[in-house]
Every structure is written in structure tokens, then in C-alpha cells.
Design a protein around this ligand. Structure first.
Ligand code: 2NE
Length: 270
């Protein structure tokens, strides 16, 4: 698979292949832990993938076979969050989680090695996860003095069930790819040397499907778990579709032409 570098970054790579954008956390020396700069670059890359009409699926992964992501970089963890050059303590990965959720295109986590701590939550918020046989999953928060009580807890419980989610957080154990598959935490487990090939095959299958249908389904799955914010996403997609209709255009045109709108010709469906 030939990937074309599309944007320059320091902590990540952004590459494309056909309708697929691949975003790679590129800090293998710290098992792809993220610092504020990493997260800022990830948010910029996801925004680019969202805006690019030629992109239909995004793959999120980590450089190398040792780790997908090991969570927040503990070496730059200050007192109120993770600290970058600007000395501002941040937990900006939470913004990134929401961005992945609301991106109106499927996002696939491609996991080799560790998906741990905040890195585990990143794969969790992706639509699908394809794991290599060497993948290891788990949370470490209560061990390192941290926790993610947002998606990290609530969405995990929705995904694997309340008992299992509590076990994962309370005991901080590690789980193999097979165990993750059994608990519904990942979609498939494949040999490490076939990970990218298989993930791209899943992405290409998705690319054959209706983008609008996929967009609404993603919003619907989110609405089920995200309360009013989830409903807002679904509602925004409905507005997008409505704007494309002659009925909505009649309202806009009437305003611009300073006349009364005439909606009489539009059907009232049962
Ligand atoms: C990931 C894991 C299990 C890998 O173990 P192993 O044995 O394969 O590698 P090793 O030797 O532990 O790590 C290799 C290098 O990467 C650094 C290590 O310190 C080491 O570098 P040196 O010390 O040799 O220079 N490294 C690994 N993970 C790092 C990290 N997260 N931050 C900074 N450096 C890291 C093992 O390394 C591990 O358990 N890592 C820590 C996982 C963890 O606890 N992450 C933070 C959870 S909290 C969080 O992510 C979070 C949150 O809870 C809420 C909001 C935002 C973030």
C-alpha cells in the first residue's frame, strides 16, 4: 500500500491512499504517548480529513509494532494537566475524543501493541478497531493517579458491559487481542504482518457504501450514548439534508427576494 504524505507535522504523520486518510502517532520512543503538541496536531489532521471531500474513512494508528498509544506522556504531566512549550497544563485529548466521535466519517483504530490508558480510550472512541495479534488493551489510571470518567468509563461500559468495564478500571489488568475480541472491544484480530492490509480492506469496503447513510448511522449510534450533544449531531445532519431540498431553498430564496415563501407545493408526507 502506497501512502502519500499530505501534511507536515512533528509528532504525527498524515498520509492518504485513495479515499483513506491514515493518521499515525509518531512517538515510538515513548510508546506513542501523547503530549499537548501531539494532540494539537491530531486535531488539525482530523479537521483536515473532515474537510477533504475525497476522504471517506480515517485510520488512526501508532508508529511501529510496540504500541498504538500509551496515553498521556507522564514525563510532561504537570500539576493541572499535560504541559507543552507554552507552559499551559492541558487535557486536550478530551477535545480530540469528541472530535473523533463527531467526525461524520468512520474512523478505524488500527492497533498493534499497547493501547493503554488514554491510548485505550482513543481506540475506544473510534468507530471500529482492528487489532493485531500482539495488541494489548487496558486502563492504568488508578495506578498512575489518573482516570477518564467520560467516554473512558461510560462508553467503555456501553461497549463491554458494566461489570467488565469496572473490572478493567478497578484492577488495571491487561487484556490480549483475543480477550478484547471476546468482550466486543475490537472488531477483528489479524496477524501483525497483515494488520495494515486487513484494515485497508475494511476501509475500502466501507468506501463502497453511501456516505450519507454512514454519516447518519454514526450520528445515530452517537445519539444513543451522547445525550443532547449526540442529538445535536444527528439534528445537524438532518439540517444538512434539508438544506439540499427545494423546500428549504424556497425559504432562503423568499427571504433574499423579499417575498412571502410559498411552501404550498411541498408534500406533507404521512
Ligand atoms: C505502554 C507500556 C505498557 C509499555 O511497556 P514496555 O515494557 O513495552 O516499554 P517501557 O520500557 O515501559 O517504555 C518504553 C519507553 O517509553 C516510555 C517509557 O518511560 C520508556 O522510556 P524510558 O523511561 O526508557 O526513557 N513510556 C511509555 N509510556 C509512556 C507514557 N505514557 N508517558 C511517558 N513515557 C512513556 C508501559 O510503558 C506503560 O505502562 N506506560 C504507561 C501507561 C500509562 O500509564 N499511561 C498514562 C495513563 S493516564 C492517561 O493517559 C490519561 C488519562 O487517564 C486521562 C486523561 C488524559 C490522559
Amino acid at each position: 500500500i502506497t501512502w502519500t504524505p499530505a501534511r507536515p507535522y512533528t509528532d504525527i504523520r498524515y498520509e492518504t491512499h485513495g479515499g483513506i486518510a491514515k493518521i499515525t502517532i509518531n512517538r515510538p520512543e515513548v510508546r506513542n504517548a501523547f503530549r499537548p503538541q501531539t494532540v494539537m496536531e491530531l486535531m488539525d489532521a482530523f479537521a483536515a480529513a473532515r474537510d477533504d471531500r475525497s476522504i471517506g474513512v480515517v485510520i488512526l494508528t501508532g508508529q511501529g509494532k510496540e504500541a498504538f498509544c500509551s496515553g498521556g506522556d507522564q514525563k510532561v504531566r504537570g500539576d493541572g494537566g499535560y504541559v507543552g512549550d507554552d507552559q499551559i497544563p492541558r487535557l486536550n485529548v478530551l477535545d480530540l475524543q469528541r472530535q473523533i466521535r463527531t467526525l461524520p466519517k468512520p474512523v478505524i483504530a488500527m492497533v498493534a501493541g499497547y493501547a493503554i490508558g488514554g491510548g485505550h480510550v482513543l481506540h475506544l472512541v473510534c468507530d471500529l478497531t482492528i487489532a493485531a495479534e500482539n495488541a494489548v488493551f487496558g486502563q492504568t489510571g488508578p495506578q498512575v493517579g489518573s482516570f477518564d470518567a467520560g467516554y473512558g468509563a461510560g462508553l467503555l461500559a456501553r461497549t463491554v458491559g458494566q461489570k467488565k468495564a469496572r473490572e478493567i478500571w478497578y484492577l488495571c489488568r491487561r487484556y490480549s487481542a483475543r480477550e478484547a475480541l471476546e468482550m466486543g472491544l475490537v472488531n477483528a484480530v489479524v496477524p501483525l504482518d497483515r494488520l495494515e492490509e486487513e484494515t485497508v480492506a475494511w476501509a475500502e469496503e466501507i468506501l463502497q457504501k453511501s456516505p450519507t447513510a454512514l454519516r447518519f448511522l454514526k450520528a445515530a449510534f452517537n445519539a444513543d450514548t451522547d445525550g443532547l450533544a449526540g442529538l445535536q449531531q444527528l439534528a445537524g445532519d438532518a439540517t444538512l439534508l434539508f438544506y439540499l431540498t427545494e423546500e428549504a431553498k424556497e425559504g432562503r430564496n423568499a427571504f433574499l427576494e423579499k417575498r412571502k415563501p410559498d411552501f404550498s407545493k411541498f408534500p406533507r408526507f404521512p
